[in-house]
Design a protein around this ligand. Sequence first.
Ligand SMILES: Cc1cc2nc3c(=O)[nH]c(=O)nc-3n(C[C@H](O)[C@H](O)[C@H](O)COP(=O)(O)OP(=O)(O)OC[C@H]3O[C@@H](n4cnc5c(N)ncnc54)[C@H](O)[C@@H]3O)c2cc1C
Length: 433
Amino acid sequence: MTEEADVVVVGGGIAGLITARELGRKGLRVTVLEARDRLGGRVWTDHRLGRDLEIGGTWLHWTQPHAWSEVTRYGLDITRGPRPEEAYWLAGDEVRTGTLDGFMELIDPGMRRLLHETMQRIPRPHDPLSEPGLKDVDGANLRDKLDELDLPVEEYRANEAAWVGHFNAPLEDGAYTSALRWTAATAGSWHLMHEASAVFRLAGGTRSLVESIAADTDADIRTSTEVAHVEHDADGAVVTTTTGERITARRVVLTLPQNVLGGLPVSPALCAEKQAATEEGTASKGVKVWIRVRGPITPFFAYSSASHPLSVVRTEFVGDDDAVLVSFGADARRISPNDLDAVRDALRVWRDDLEVLEVTGHDWVADPLSRETWLIQQPNQLTRYFAAQQRAEGVLHFAGSDYANLWAGFIDGAIESGHRVAREVTAGLTETA
Ligand SMILES: Cc1cc2nc3c(=O)[nH]c(=O)nc-3n(C[C@H](O)[C@H](O)[C@H](O)COP(=O)(O)OP(=O)(O)OC[C@H]3O[C@@H](n4cnc5c(N)ncnc54)[C@H](O)[C@@H]3O)c2cc1C
């Protein structure tokens, strides 16, 4: 039997849910098809290690207009982890101990020099391709740009580790322009960029956002429903699931991550740029690990270097007799978030006094429904593919944080893209009505 909808949205992450909500408000019949057995996609609040942990996306900020608008709309409470009272970093083989402010002062000269051309290259972060000169630097990777600064080794390693925290990628794979985009979104301030991307979170978890949006739409939302094939022509599309259900629609919105989209069978095929972007893949192939240690401990922050399996670790929850740390590394192939021994060894680079009790995480890179963590482009992908990645193809439209203008790769970007595509779809349907 073939069902009918005005719009089928493929993917029940934040971008898909926002798209569905906005289209529903226009009176359209929307069906959301999500392959996982839960909504949220790359945001996922799960109860592990005795706490509600964010296995995927976590932090948001009032400088992220689309995310903050949702915070206000649903009255969501904001919280933050404990302020770090100690910081650890490396100078060669030696571990330095100080304060987070001291570490920030250490990386400040490198950050300023690295990012000095931010607003010249991306003067309008909501329109990242507005400056033609961007092409001149889009071929550079972040490693080469850091090397050009010729920093003293302690500053170099510290800057490197801070960037692994941001990029979740080997720095030689990540585009320098991705660093510029993040910093342009905070008007050139690296301090504010750092705060925006790593401090404040939802008290009720990202689950509270996902549930609020899902409860605010009449869309027919189906989980455990994977799309296997999309056929389209000028009049509409047929979406077929892996179990053989068929839904016809006037428009289809695909919200799949860059590393997944090109692998979905679509006929006629998606444009060459969208496919090439998937084949090349994003730079982001890192890992996020949650670690429960025996307590009490003093909240701390630690940075190593890009060559360590874990480059950044910080305290996110403190209890009376335990604490939970969150950590990031550049390459998920180098450390499994569920390997307690490997994680304990990785922590020893700074501290051998911590007793690791449990570890957990999710390998988003191996996960066939994401194949990446948060978007960091490879060199040249912004100027080669971005415009085509956003572009509709007949009745197919493309939402997703990876294709956002302002905070691409963030929760904010997912929301932005949902609004953009809902507007495009509504306009298209009004024209053809
Ligand atoms: C470890 C990690 C940490 C992060 N940290 C932050 C952070 O602190 N702050 C921040 O703002 N952002 C962060 N992010 C990024 C943020 O989570 C994402 O950018 C955002 O959630 C992406 O939303 P989306 O809807 O565009 O994509 P997704 O959430 O990936 O949604 C796409 C959906 O499509 C589904 N799907 C895929 N294929 C099919 C198919 N064939 N049929 C049906 N469904 C399919 C997927 O299951 C998924 O649910 C992080 C991400 C990760 C992984």
